[in-house]
Write a new protein. Structure first.
Length: 386
């Protein structure tokens, strides 16, 4: 069975074609800077050399069509059993489901909560309606992994009719990533109590016990929890009302600010990319503030989840920054010795692709594990088709 996993971004499109008999990747491709005059395109069949070229890709339809044309150099589109998506949020929907009109309507209803994510996914799903009209389109919603959170972890202190009428509660995101980390950490380290730190442009922390999420930093939307590249993270709700009143901002204006001018970009005034911030922070006080604020937020959530889990077997770093920034990991974990968390500076500095970076005396293991969200989606799609 061949399953194509589509991974759309705001200006990018990536995909992987899996052969689910042995979970090998038959084909993978990426299009960057969709909408620009020049869009870098790269692709690879199996383990062959990666190929690259620059094309004009004005929109998502063109991106999907161009990659489909390349894919058909070796595989027929008729061989694809389903197209899978790592969908984010929909009203009254979670789990692994076919993307019917009712599900898409649920995504549209929750677009105000995750405006960037749902808009992009709805566009990509529509693109595949044209490219593969008779092939099932199936989404694994990021909220699914967090559905077993206890009620006390998921509830906000709001009037209860908000919960009943509008579904106001914590849902959590990055579910495919945290689930992969849970499975991999159990397999490699026999870990049952895991703190998974998915850190990058979009970031969250998750407390996992026996393979299930019991708490996570993101909430009803993906805008809360840790500060993200351009998203605000945790914020006092009355500060929000105060600024709206003082600056005379509409709901739409404030929404735009919270998702595009806040977070690391807002604090640093420089960039939402941690790589840019780390390069500048030794000379730029605002960049240093953004870096330390982000690291402090991760540390705080680790502390909370150590309490919730009654310690942990392993703390895992994943995502672009979590996996590749030894400086970020060092900042997060400094001065945690009395909690049984001791980093091996040499192992950490070596930036392993995967492996332990904790000192031998550390009571809690510290590990780097590259995530594999696409594989989790592919497995769930295959299970649904079976």
């Amino acid at each position: 069975m061949k399953i194509l996993i589509a991974n759309p971004g705001s200006t990018s499109y990536k995909c992987k074609l899996f052969d689910m008999t042995d979970e090998t990747i038959l084909f993978q491709a990426a299009v960057e800077r969709i909408g620009d005059q020049e869009s870098p395109v790269s692709w690879q069949f199996g383990r062959s050399d990666k190929k690259k070229k620059t094309l004009t890709i004005p929109d998502y339809i063109t991106a999907v069509n161009q990659i489909s044309n390349i894919l058909q150099q070796k595989y027929s589109m008729n061989e694809i059993a389903a197209v899978g998506f790592k969908t984010v949020h929909a009203k009254d929907v979670t789990g692994c489901v076919e993307l019917t009109k009712d599900v898409l309507d649920g995504m549209k209803a929750y677009t105000p909560l995750v405006p960037v994510h749902n808009t992009v996914y709805l566009t990509a799903i529509e693109a595949f309606e044209n490219v593969l009209p008779n092939t099932p389109r199936i989404g694994l919603f990021e909220t699914h992994f967090h559905q077993h959170m206890p009620a006390e972890a998921a509830m906000y202190g709001v009037p209860y009719d908000w919960i009943e009428k509008h579904g106001v509660r914590k849902y959590g995101f990055h579910g495919a990533s945290h689930r992969y980390i849970a499975e991999r950490a159990k397999s490699v380290y026999d870990a049952d109590k895991i703190i998974s730190c998915h850190l990058g442009g979009s970031a969250s922390v998750c407390a996992i016990r026996d393979g299930k999420s019991i708490d996570t930093s993101m909430g009803m939307s993906a805008q809360c929890g840790l500060i993200n590249a351009k998203r605000v993270g945790d914020l006092d709700s009355f500060a929000l009302l105060y600024i709206m009143e003082k600056e005379k901002l509409s709901v739409e204006q404030m929404r735009d600010c919270l998702i595009s001018r806040a977070g690391l970009l807002g604090l640093s005034g420089l960039s939402g990319d941690l790589r840019d911030i780390q390069e500048a922070m030794d000379q730029n006080p605002k960049a240093e503030l953004a870096f330390k604020t982000f690291a402090y937020g991760v540390k705080r959530y680790i502390g909370e989840y150590l309490a919730v889990l009654n310690s942990a077997d392993v703390i895992v770093f994943t995502g672009g920054a979590g996996q590749h920034s030894s400086r970020l990991r060092r900042e997060i974990l400094k001065n945690m010795n009395h909690l049984g968390i001791v980093l091996d500076q040499d192992k950490n500095q070596s930036n392993p692709e995967e492996g332990l970076i904790s000192a031998d005396i550390s009571k809690i293991k510290i590990a780097v594990i590259p995530t594999n969200e696409e594989l989790i989606v592919a497995r769930e799609v295959a299970r649904r088709l079976a």
